[in-house]
Write a protein that binds this ligand. Structure first.
Ligand code: AMP
Ligand code: MG
Length: 349
């Protein structure tokens, strides 16, 4: 299949009548799948009402079929087509954080969406992304759009159209290229089907922000249980994800200790990579040292995380050591993704 790359300037182009967006909307109505920019990562969109389109999403990504897709909308009025009830706390969250990087789990209205999109669950995750190209596209086609991240399953999520092409060229009808995404980690997934909302996946909206809006919020205990003995409520959280090709180790300890680990591996004749931040790059001597944003501003680390993980593949290192980050604010999402990328491998001083 030929994969179209449609460049769209989100600041300049008249999006509603942009011919590339009109083309992409046609593909969606024909149950083809296309990649689209959001403020978090690039998504792989398809008609959420169609088994055919949803099957194409799973096949292009190689995604396990028990991992449900998030349904994307451009207008809150679309919600009642496929949700059974909208709790008061969900209303508050939508009001404050939509459009934005927050996915809310609702009870599902039966029969309205492809069963494959929700992996047969009786709930559905919904979000309204804060990206003018995504919203213009959804309005243009008028459908609820199922969209997971537009990467091959298991790889780091794509934050540029080039990342999408690296994984999915030839497998999808096209990609709308509007430049790098902003937030860099995926949406926060919060389950609002219970009285106290539960974070099933940390992401772009922090626990602190959610609590300021609706009071107490819990975190799914499976997220902090790194032995993997508790079963996460978001089916996708049980899979290894975001992995670079080389083994990645998180290092808990001083930077001097991290450099000692580098030396040991260099002596074994291995090519060694270090994931650090701008503040600390000068302190490491390895084959490849990548600064992933600034530690003092964790948002910059989130924005660069997946691109940095992908860059290690191009530089063909044999092993990667990474600094760790505080789990406050967006740091919770950063550490969750790094732990998954590392398959929970950690070395402590
Ligand atoms: P991705 O599509 O790659 O951003 O991943 C979406 C995440 O949301 C996965 O971890 C899914 O398992 C999770 N998710 C989607 N729908 C539901 C749902 N109804 N209940 C629980 N988790 C969900
Ligand atoms: Mg994903």
């Amino acid at each position: 299949m030929n994969t179209n790359v449609w460049k769209v300037d989100k600041y300049v182009d008249k999006l509603e009548s942009n011919p590339h967006i009109v083309d992409a909307a046609h593909f969606l109505r024909d149950n083809e799948v296309i990649a689209l920019p959001t403020e978090t990562v690039y998504g792989l969109g398809g008609n959420a009402e169609s088994d055919e389109a949803v099957t194409k999403i799973f096949e292009a990504k190689g995604r396990p079929v028990d991992n449900p897709l998030i349904i994307h909308i451009a207008d809150i009025a679309q919600l009642e087509q496929f949700t059974a009830e909208i709790p008061a706390k969900a209303e508050v969250l939508m009001d404050q954080f939509w459009p934005g990087p927050l996915t809310i789990i609702f009870k599902k209205k039966q029969g309205a969406l492809s069963e494959k999109a929700t992996a047969g669950l009786d709930t559905v995750g919904v979000r309204m992304p804060d990206h003018p190209v995504a919203l213009a596209l959804f309005r243009q086609c008028g459908l609820p759009i199922a969209a997971p991240s537009a990467n091959s399953s298991g790889k780091p999520s794509p934050t540029t159209a080039q990342h999408v092409m690296d994984d999915l060229n030839g497998k999808i009808a096209g990609v709308l290229d509007a430049g790098p995404t902003g937030v860099g980690v995926e949406s926060t997934v919060v389950d609002c089907t219970e009285e106290i909302p539960v974070i099933l996946r940390p992401g772009g909206i922090t626990k602190e922000q959610l609590e300021a809006a609706v009071g107490q919020v819990r975190i799914d205990p499976a997220l902090t249980n790194t032995e993997g003995t508790a079963r996460p409520k978001a089916p996708g959280m049980k899979y290894r994800h975001y992995a670079p090709n080389a083994p990645l180790y998180l290092v808990s300890g001083t930077r001097v200790f991290l450099q000692q680990l580098v030396e040991e591996k260099k002596q074994e004749g291995l090519r060694v990579g270090v994931l650090t931040t701008e503040e600390h790059t000068g302190e490491f001597d390895a084959d490849v040292v990548f600064a992933c944003g600034r530690r003092a501003e964790l948002e910059t680390v989130a924005a660069m995380l997946y691109d940095t993980l992908r860059k290690f593949n191009q530089s063909e290192v044999d092993v990667i050591f990474s600094e760790m980050f505080p789990t406050t604010g967006v740091g919770l999402a950063i550490m969750n993704r790094l732990q998954k990328a590392a398959g929970n491998k950690m070395i402590s001083e």
